[in-house]
Design a protein around this ligand. Sequence first.
Ligand code: DAH
Length: 347
Amino acid sequence: MKQQLEAIKLRALQALDAAETPAALDELRVKLLGKKGELTAVLKMMGKLSPEERPVMGQLANAVRADIEAKLEERKTAINAAVLEAKLAAESIDVTIPGDAVELGHQHPMNMVLQEIKEIFVGLGYQVVDGPEVELASYNFTRLNIEEGHPSRDRSDTFYFTDDDAVLLRTQTSPMQIRYMEEHKPPLCMLAPGRVFRKDEADATHSPMFHQIEGLVVDEHITMGDLKGALVAIMKKIYGEDSQMRFRPHHFPFTEPSCEMDMQCHKCHGTGEQGGKVCSTCHGEGWIELLGAGMVHPDVLANCGIDPEKYSGFAFGMGLERMAMGRLKINDLRLIFDNDMRFLNQF
Ligand code: DAH
C-alpha cells in the first residue's frame, strides 16, 4: 500500500507539472482528489489493514494528499500568472508608436472670401451686423418701397410662412437697412452679410439659398460721388488695382437714382471674345455684374425716422457666391454648397 501511495503521488505530481491550462488543472483535481479518484480508492482499503499499520498508512496518505494539494495550488498560481502575462502581451499598447495625425480643417472657401471682404469694410469704418433670416414682409418689402402687389412679392418667388404673407424667409439683405436705421441715427456706416432665400431651381448660377452683403452709409451731404468712390476703391482691393469698373443706370424701389456696377471681364478685357470664340467667363458681354446700388430713397429714410431733407445716403447689395466665384475662379455655384471634400480641399 505504501508503494501504491508513492506511485500515486509521483504520477500526480508529474501530471500536474504537465498541465498548462486552468481547465486541465481542474480536471486533474477531480481525478486525483475527487470521490472517484485514485487516492480515495486507496483510502477505502484502509479498513483491511492491521491496527498497527493503519495510523502509519493514514499519516502517509494524508501527507500524499497534502503534497498533491500544495502542488495543485502552486500550479494554479503559475498558470494564472502565465494566462495574465499572455493577455497583457496581447493587449499591450506601444505608446511610443507615432499616432494618426488629426486632419486639420480650414474655412469654407466662401467664408474665406467673406472674411476678406469684411476686413476691407471694417478697415473703412463699417460696422458688421447680423439680422434675422425669418423676416416680416414689412421690413423685407413695404418699408423698402416695395408695395403690396409688386411682382417681387409674388408667392412664386418668396417662401412665406403665413397665409396673410406677413412672415417670410428674407429674399434680400436690404431689410437690414431698415432694422439698422431704426436703431442707429446718422452718421452711420453698416455692412450686413447673410443668407437669403428665393424659390429658384438650383443650376450653375441659381440656388434657393444664397448669400448677400448689404451696405449702407447715411450722413449729411452724401452724394453719388461717395457711392462711386467707395465702391470702386473696395472692388479694386478685392479684384486688384488694375481692374476696370463701370456703372449703369438701373431701377430699385428703395434707391433713387439706382445703378448697377460691373467689372470688366478679366479674361477677354472687355472684348467679349477669346480666340475668335464668345468669352466663356462673361458670355460675350465684356463685363461682369458685381452689385446693385443707389442713393437711399427719401421715403425709405423717412420710413425710419431719418429726415431726408437733412440726410442722404447710399446703399448697395452684392451676391457673396458671385464674389467668391469670381475671386476663386469657380464656374458652378452648386460646388459651393455641395461640400465635396475634393473641391473644398483645393482652397
Ligand atoms: N436687394 C437687391 C437685390 O436683392 C440688391 C440691392 C440693390 C441692394 C440696390 C441695395 C441697393 O442696397 O441699393 O437685388
